[in-house]
Design a protein around this ligand. Structure first.
Ligand code: SF4
Length: 246
């Protein structure tokens, strides 16, 4: 397992992020961090979604799901995910296909830069890594089409590393709970650092899946279920009101 870039414990029981991220650092008390971790994982055990890409640790299948989920709802992705993997069961199969065929298989998901990029990643992986996606973060980020979020998702969901993720859902949840008012997009570096320091050691897979589900099911964009929320007594946005909190 890769070393975590965890926060350094401080005497007053808070966690401060390492040098280099200090400008974006947000102190979170150890108790608050552990409470959030515990409640989130408990909620996930009871309410986490059963999604097909959670039945595999194949980096290629995780990659396909993550690329499909960019810009597309889960319900629309599920049938296409199965169809795509039936047609291209391995990364080598995808690399061997023509770009036109891959684009046709992708239809009607849209955003056609995505199959183009996915196909390019498959070919590059075969050429440079013998057909196996690397787990090194810099190697992943060197692919066109793999950004920081997708690299974190592949590392945590395929390689079981404690790697942070920050998509729209995760950004919203962390911002509401730990920061409160303001625009989350203006706090991205703080939220990335927070996403990293919150991961309980060795539980990156479940914690990241839980964060995404929690944002999709409870702490939703427009109408979060604050009254039923397990974080309500520790959330800086509770009770969420669009005018007050944005
Ligand atoms: S209390 Fe409301 S705003 Fe806070 S985490 Fe829960 S659902 Fe989101």
């Amino acid at each position: 397992m890769a070393a975590r870039n965890d926060g350094m414990p401080r005497r007053n029981g808070t966690t401060r992020l390492k040098r280099g991220t200090r400008k974006s650092a947000l102190s979170v008390e150890t108790g608050a961090r552990q409470r959030f971790q515990h409640r989130l994982l408990k909620w996930y055990r009871q309410h986490g979604r059963d999604l097909p890409w959670r039945q595999t640790s194949d980096p290629y299948k995780i990659l396909v799901s993550e690329v499909m989920l960019q810009q597309t709802q889960v319900e629309r992705v599920i049938p296409k995910y199965h169809e795509f993997l039936e047609r291209y069961p391995t990364l080598q199969d995808l690399a061997d296909a023509s770009a036109d065929e891959v684009r046709a298989t992708w239809y009607p998901l849209g955003y056609n830069i995505r199959p183009f990029r996915l196909h390019g990643i498959a070919r590059e992986t075969v050429a440079r890594y013998g057909g196996a996606l690397p787990k090194d973060p810099d190697a992943l980020l060197s692919f066109k089409g793999i950004g920081r979020y997708t690299a974190g998702a592949i590392r945590s969901f395929a390689f079981n590393e404690d790697a942070p993720i920050l998509d729209t859902n995760v950004m919203r949840v962390l911002h509401r709970v730990f920061i409160g008012a303001g625009d989350p997009k203006l706090k991205k570096s703080t939220l990335w650092a927070l996403s990293e320091t919150l991961i309980p050691r060795g539980k990156g897979y479940d914690f990241n899946q839980a964060l995404m589900d929690f944002g999709a099911i409870v702490c939703t964009a427009r109408d979060p279920y604050c009254l039923l929320c397990p974080m309500k007594d520790c959330c800086k946005s509770y009770p969420f009101e669009p005018h007050r909190n944005s």
